[in-house]
Design a protein around this ligand. Structure first.
Ligand code: 13P
Ligand code: SF4
Length: 302
């Protein structure tokens, strides 16, 4: 089917079924353009929870669709492609997490939302890149097991005296940005404001003007008067910034980087997902209940 026909069919199916189409900022421009709402992990989980729609088609990676299901277990949540996975979320395994909890019995477990539902259910509280600092600052405990991202853990540790025990995970997309890339981008575009994601390495974060979630980057690019920005995150977000701010220029820190998991979903997958109501996110009740506590605590703190 042609792209314009697919867009039309998707619009009709959405109307017929009263479905809500959510998309993360890293989705392809074609998917971003048909979404009812486009945002970062925190915005999207709130939208999924607060919407009256009983059918949610989630264009993102699995952990995001799972979070929507956990927060709204009565709703049907669809993930258009089974392969849409976050490689960082796959870096935590339950036996090692349980062993770490035994080793640090006083520690509270803070899980970045980029984790599986099973890991969330083993955690005390979740966080996203938008609220990680606030969540950790609000904890009464002095010791924190933080997983899976060692770079986000390092960013959070700059704002607290609590002892942070990081998991040794990382995002392969953000890990590739180097401090040399930032220096070179600044040399080429000296008037730019540099905004990077907290999943970047600490030495990259050190050189940035601002550190923001993808949603924070969208808001900042609109607010700040500058004309040029150097952005340290996945290319889908940079494409959004260019589309929404035609008078401003956006450059990537180093070569544009792509998240494989985010790019599986094409318009055709969204169409089939809505038409056949596939692929439904299903989770065991006990996992939903455990993970829900950690996500609710995050929404309360953050
Ligand atoms: P945001 O919540 O900032 O959109 O980040 C999600 C993510 O997966 C970053 O790699
Ligand atoms: Fe996961 Fe990295 Fe992709 Fe974000 S960019 S979804 S952290 S693999």
């Amino acid at each position: 089917m042609k792209e314009e026909n697919l867009r039309e069919e998707i619009g009709e199916l959405k109307g017929e079924k009263g479905a809500l189409l959510l998309a993360h900022n890293y989705q392809s421009p074609q998917v971003q353009e048909i979404a009812d709402f486009l945002g970062d992990s925190l915005d999207l989980s709130r939208k999924a929870r607060d919407s009256d729609a009983q059918l949610i088609c989630f264009c993102g990676v699995r952990f995001m669709a799972e979070s929507a299901k956990i927060l709204s277990p009565g709703k049907t949540v669809l993930l258009p492609r089974k392969e849409a996975l976050c490689e960082m979320a796959a870096m935590v395994n339950l036996p090692e997490l349980r062993a770490l909890k035994v080793k640090h019995p006083q520690a509270v477990v803070v899980s970045y939302v980029n984790t599986t539902a099973e890991v969330k259910a083993e955690s005390d509280v979740c966080c996203t890149s938008a609220n990680a600092v606030k969540v950790v600052q609000n904890l009464k405990e002095d010791e924190v097991i933080f997983l899976p991202d060692r770079n986000l853990a390092s960013w959070v540790s700059r704002f607290t005296s609590k002892k942070i025990i990081p998991w040794d995970g990382y995002c392969y997309v953000h890990e590739r940005f180097t401090s040399e890339d930032v220096k070179e981008a600044r040399r080429l575009h000296p008037q730019s404001v540099v905004i990077v994601h907290p999943e970047c390495r600490p030495e990259v974060v050190d050189l940035a003007d601002r550190v923001e979630s993808t949603g924070g980057m969208v808001r900042l690019a609109q607010e700040v008067q500058a004309e040029e920005f150097i952005i340290g995150t996945e290319e889908g977000l940079i494409e959004r910034l260019r589309r929404e701010n035609p008078g401003k220029r956006f450059y990537s820190v180093g070569p544009a980087r792509m998240c494989r998991g985010m790019k599986y979903i094409r318009l055709e997958d969204v169409y089939l997902s809505l038409k056949e109501e596939r692929f439904k996110v299903e989770l065991p009740q006990t996992i939903i209940e455990g993970a829900r506590k950690a996500l609710d605590r995050m929404l309360e703190y953050g």
